[in-house]
Design a protein around this ligand. Sequence first.
Ligand code: GLY
Length: 471
Amino acid sequence: MEEIGVLVVSYGSRGAALLDSLLRSREYKVNAYVADRQKNPFNVKNSKEHIVIPSLDPNEICKFAARHKEKIDFAVVGPEKPIIAGLRDLMEKKLRIPVICPTEKYALEKSKVAQRMLFQEVVPEVNPRFKVFDPKEFKSLSEVKRHLFKWLDELDNKVAVKPDMPAAGKGVGVWGDHFNTREELYEHFMANFKEGKVIVEEKIEGEESSFQAFCDGKHLVPLPETRDYKRAFDGDKGPNTGGMGSYKDVGYYLPFMDENDWEKEKKIVERIFNKLREGEFNPEIRGVPFYVAFIHTAHGPMILENNSRPGDPEIINLLPLLKSDFVEVCLRMIEGSLTRIDIEEKASVVTYKVPPSYGGYEEFFPEKVRREEIGTPIILDKAEKIASKYGDDVRIYPGSMEVRENKKFYALKSRTVCTVGIGNTIQEAREISLEVLRAIEGGGLWYRTDIASKEHISKSIKHMRKLRKDR
Ligand code: GLY
């Protein structure tokens, strides 16, 4: 078997899933070099060389890659931070190692304002009504407040407040979810406005789905849709998180969508891609430049935001189902010859276990926190034993977890570990994912119990029917 060296830039379970998919190549023996946010036990165990770079700073990652330059054939990047900071530009220029992610110029994720402007030009129907508040355009805070409140009058307060830059200020806030009064909204707005531009846009009602596509700069290869569960608690309550779990149906779209929605989504993204491509082939748009949070409304799909990287957990639903060899897919993305990807017709469900400090759990449910367990090692043995009976229909991917010198695993601050269940139906996949997840011990970890539940899915279906009927 031919040997190939791959640098994986990892953050969390998504990085472990990317690495796992590379290592499962049937065509190549992969030697992995991992630049990681933490000592992820899966990555440490399965890489030839592993380094922790907590900042994921492109210069540091390049220094690590330079030490293994002769052995690395290409790099794959999961998290957005190094993509936005221009990792690909730097690595290709300095080391001539091809990198699978967009260049800084095409990292649309870096500016929500620029995204809205681009959509306005190419696919205006996906934009809600929005206004950009630019600190440079106002003379005083009272002027800002006046303009903001006038806009709120027009939209009857039903808005989403979004910082231009990812993770700036307080992040995205939504009327009715994160604030219920104008003063609370203003406080949220100001926390973002201090950092730069803020978009205030009409709150859209609908059902969310995540669109992702692999792209080689010439072709866009859409992957099946997934549904992310962003809110911390059951019933879509509580603060927003990175995503507590996600599901994929057997086919390409979700139970509350129809084929028409799916076709429309593909056309929308294709139009954006064609605009950015500016000609036949633009290799700078490589990787997963379009991971689009769609919202299905009474009037068709609209876009909440676009990310320029694979989704976490959404890509974890898909990688285990690739029939195409993932190394081959990566090589084709570099070459500009990725015309199709074969995917198993199966459902998958990802569920995460997270620490009590995550998602506001300690704050909202202090009585449920198992304090005596906090800080104890995470034990995967029982889960792995159960997983072994399901063979390839289950995966366990450590995320924000580290292996320490005593060889034991400990939870860090973010999503600790996820399990992926694969089945012939969503419910079958869900049962597997949950059975294995429940068997993960230690750390006082908790999880959402309604990810991909029949009740949750049927609520989405009913909601969508009502929206279409009331149209
Ligand atoms: N699932 C949310 C994200 O990856 O941004």
